[in-house]
Design a protein around this ligand. Structure first.
Ligand code: SAH
Length: 466
């Protein structure tokens, strides 16, 4: 049966009163919430809206009166690229809504008492802050409105970012402001070469094509890693890699991956060496980290230093204390605090990351650290505590989904004196803290901005045993 098409209505003079956690503006019409993408609180707009169950989804037709906090976005792709939803919002306002996100989640989901949240720490750089980016080749480039109505035929091949919610559509990117500009030159040169040499781009529907992805990693020490992902390796791949190698001496590590799977995930695939080093090096204060292609490293390096410095300040580690760093990645936090502690144990499920953590411990001569690989719920057990010692402090930095309930339960059983919970999702952080609040008091809350122009917020919470 054909579904009845929902009627579109026009709502005039709608005032935007809030910015939601998904990064969209929020208004109200007859007591119903209206989500307005790319609107700024304070805007008065006319929108086309469609009623969903309990809310309206809408599109701006006209901005009647711009918010005083509306600014000109720097990026030519703004409005189409889903990456930076808040570029049209003054940075101070972005920070305000990130701070509010933490408070709202703690109040609505957490429902526990907490002290006044410290003012969010802004990012030094609001552009070129990303040290890692991934681009996708596609035969189905997103066409602009003008291209669609034009009788001219356009080349549909593109190299850029996925359109939101579309597995096969790519927005062709000419310039991204989030990473160093050398990345733009490399990407554009590769696209030009590929088109001139008629190399085929990946077609996600037909599941065929030669060129699939580019991954770039930039380090503050001047290293630049490029990983080219091909469907298969042949003479064309070699020619392309040679061309890149000769054109860009800035690339210190040129690698490639063969991915003949249906999905774009490459973390489970071997990385092949073409030229230069097999890793990049990052420095943080006096520490040096070797980062291998698949290893996680905080995406905003300068803010990572601030995040870790605050973590250390909150932790107030004493020299006789045992510390556990849960979700340690390549051991960065563990190594950052190791000098203060008697011993630090890091746990992480990516084997290669744990290998890197051990290697980084040797490079930095932190022999009071040890690292264990495996799923947190399975590794972080009483028997590990029995062999490694009971921690006085637990630092935990889980992914967006938060901690598994059994991990939270385990923390509650261990009852460390202090917990420093770092989170990139205050909603799951609030949920997890609510589970341990009977034994702990929230002592400090400190949001940090790692991702300007997005709605994402990082948050550090110090919990002290009652
Ligand atoms: N603390 C690190 C990494 C944080 S990102 C840093 O600051 O760099 C979260 C880490 O948790 C990732 O490295 C991820 O691989 C790991 N992880 C995710 N789920 C996990 C699980 N179930 N068990 C163990 N580690 C996990």
């Amino acid at each position: 049966m054909m579904s009845k098409k929902k009627k579109e209505i026009i709502i005039e003079d709608l005032e935007i009163v809030d910015a939601g956690t998904e990064g969209v503006g929020i208004g109200r019409h007859e007591d119903t919430v209206i989500f307005v993408p790319y609107a700024v609180p304070g805007d008065i707009v006319d929108v086309k809206a469609i009623k969903k169950r309990s809310y309206y989804h809408s599109k701006i037709i006209q901005i009647k009166k711009p918010s005083p906090q509306r600014v000109e976005p720097a990026c030519q792709h703004f409005g189409e690229c889903g990456g930076c939803k808040w570029q049209q919002m003054d940075y101070t306002m972005q920070l305000h809504y990130k701070q509010k996100q933490v408070v709202d989640n703690f109040m609505r989901i957490g429902k526990f008492p907490f002290p006044q949240v410290n003012p969010i720490l802004p990012s030094d750089d609001i552009y070129t802050y990303r040290n890692k980016i991934e681009y996708t080749f596609s035969t189905r480039r997103w066409l602009t409105d003008t291209e669609i109505i034009s009788p001219e035929k356009f080349d549909n091949r593109g190299l850029g970012f996925h359109m939101k919610g579309m597995f096969d559509r790519i927005l062709d990117i000419e310039k991204c402001h989030l990473h160093p500009d050398i990345g733009n030159r490399i990407r554009n040169a590769i696209r030009r070469y590929a088109i001139e040499n008629n190399l085929s781009f990946w077609d996600a529907r037909e599941r065929e094509g030669f060129l699939r992805n580019l991954v770039m990693r930039f380090s503050s020490c001047g290293d630049l890693m490029l990983i080219v992902v091909f469907y298969n390796y042949n003479a064309d791949a070699e020619k392309l890699l040679n061309h890149i190698h000769q054109s860009f001496p800035e690339i210190t590590s040129l690698l490639y991956v063969i991915n003949d799977k249906l999905n774009d995930v490459i973390t489970d695939l071997p990385v092949n060496h073409f030229a230069g080093k097999t890793h990049i090096t990052e420095r943080m204060n006096e520490l040096e980290f070797k980062i291998h292609p698949h290893a996680f490293y905080q995406t905003n390096s300068k803010q990572a230093l601030k995040l870790y410095t605050l973590t250390k300040e909150f932790a107030q580690i004493k020299s006789h204390e045992i510390v556990y760093d849960l979700y340690t990645g390549i051991g960065t936090i563990a190594l950052f605090v190791a000098k203060e502690a008697k011993k630090v144990i890091g746990i992480e499920y990516v084997d290669a990351a744990v290998e890197s953590a051990k290697e980084n411990a040797v490079i930095n001569q932190m022999d009071n650290t040890d690292f264990f690989a495996g799923d947190m719920a399975k590794i972080f057990t009483q028997s590990l505590i029995d062999t490694q010692g009971k921690p006085q402090l637990i630092i935990t930095d889980p992914p967006r989904a938060g901690m598994h309930p059994s991990v939270v339960k385990q923390i509650l059983e261990i009852e460390p004196e202090r917990i420093v919970y770092i989170s990139c999702n205050p909603a799951t952080q609030a949920r997890d803290i609510a589970m341990i609040i009977e034994k702990y008091k929230v002592e400090k809350v400190q949001p940090v901005d790692m991702f300007p122009h997005t709605q994402h917020v990082e948050n550090i919470t110090l919990l002290v045993k009652k």
